[in-house]
Design a protein around this ligand. Structure first.
Ligand SMILES: *Cc1c(COP(=O)(O)O)cnc(C)c1O
Length: 351
């Protein structure tokens, strides 16, 4: 079969399960709350006839709202079909050199998949024993750097100084900071785009704005970097976000009250859940995200608890991967959902 040799073969990213039946879903870091009511209004107000036409390829209505909200120029904003699309475009655009791109050994498990599919050389740098990023690991020559802050699946966030130190030592490569969870804690690197022309800060509406189903992500960087990103985007697919998504994204970014309300609730539930897990003997990392990375008490295996919870209809995330196979990643749901989780965990962990 000669053609087999010409086929691009990759090991894809494995998304968390999306079960059809009614379960308590704490496995993919979605929001347990509804998006802004203004999103619904925007979708209801869509002009049916406009769907005949292609959407604005520059997505200006959305990028201008984002720019306005964060106090940057529209030319410093790029949007895509979820931050996965934005990150994928960033890999394709900024990592075209021969030196290896660097990221931690434990981080968002899509980074190595993009590197593989685009044939980008890469090396991972080991997190320390406390699962913290070691900045000096990123000081040498490299083809680019990707840091998730807060990191996933550990939930640990770092300060702006920490990110600036990595930038300071890497003036010759593009540094991407994936801030998918920044609204739940840690300090954004966004103000640094004025000072560092090699910085890209990536955000998503999937988690803190409760819009995973809408697929909207965006990033910030200086106009020159965003220009290169647009050149690649227009060379792959000019029309990425569809008309409803552009309208929904604009409505979502403009409703700060709803945003603050749902993020505040999740943070409160997170702190309560952390205490309850500790009482059951779980050892958790302090979380700056909408999930908790936790190790079951002595004598209990993470994988067994993951499977037992599933029998009860509670889905959490388990990674069968070196260094993290003793942990569970539990998304913060509503108070009721977390109450049910703790109740079932008490059943499983009989002292
Ligand atoms: C969820 C997540 C993303 C992707 O989210 P989208 O839904 O594609 O916007 C990117 N990076 C990290 C670290 C994530 O956890």
């Amino acid at each position: 079969m000669g053609f087999e040799d010409n086929i691009r073969k990759v090991t894809p990213y494995t998304p968390g399960e999306q079960p059809e039946n009614k379960v308590i879903k704490l496995n993919t870091n979605e929001s347990p709350y509804t998006p802004s009511p203004r999103v619904m209004e925007a979708l209801r107000g869509l002009d049916w006839d406009r769907l005949r036409l292609y959407p604005d390829p520059a997505m200006s209505a959305l990028t201008e709202s984002i720019a306005d909200h964060y106090g940057v120029k529209p030319s410093e904003v790029f949007a895509g079909v979820g931050s996965d699309d934005v990150l994928s475009m960033c890999f394709l655009t900024f990592f075209a050199g021969n030196r290896p791109v660097l990221f931690p050994d434990i981080t968002y498990s899509f980074y190595d998949v993009w590197a593989e599919v685009y044939r980008i050389p890469y090396e991972t740098r080991r997190l320390d024993e406390d699962f913290r990023i070691v900045p000096s690991d990123y000081y040498g020559p490299n083809g680019g750097i990707v840091i998730a802050n807060p990191n996933a699946p550990t939930g640990i966030g770092e300060s702006r100084e920490f990110i600036e130190d990595i930038l300071e030592h890497n003036r010759d490569s593009v540094v991407i900071v994936d801030e998918a969870y920044i609204d739940f804690g840690a300090e954004t690197a966004l103000p640094l785009i004025e000072k560092y022309d090699n910085l890209i800060v990536v955000r998503t509406m999937s988690k803190s704005r409760a819009m995973a189903g809408m697929r909207i992500g965006y990033c910030f960087g200086n106009s020159r970097l965003i220009g290169f990103l647009n050149d690649v985007k227009y060379s792959v697919n000019s029309y990425t976000l569809n008309l409803p998504s552009i309208a929904a994204g604009k409505a979502a970014i403009e409703d700060s009250d709803h945003f603050r309300e749902i993020v505040g609730r999740i943070k409160k539930t997170r702190e309560k859940t952390a205490v309850e897990l500790a009482e059951l003997g779980f050892a958790s990392y302090p979380s700056d995200t909408n999930f908790i990375f936790t190790k079951p008490p002595e004598g209990y295996k993470a994988k067994d608890i993951f499977l037992r919870l599933k029998e009860y209809g509670i889905y959490v995330r388990y990674f069968d991967k070196e260094r993290i196979s003793d942990y569970l990643r539990i998304t913060i749901g509503t108070d009721d959902e977390m109450h049910m989780l703790i109740h079932i965990l008490k059943e499983i962990i009989k002292k």
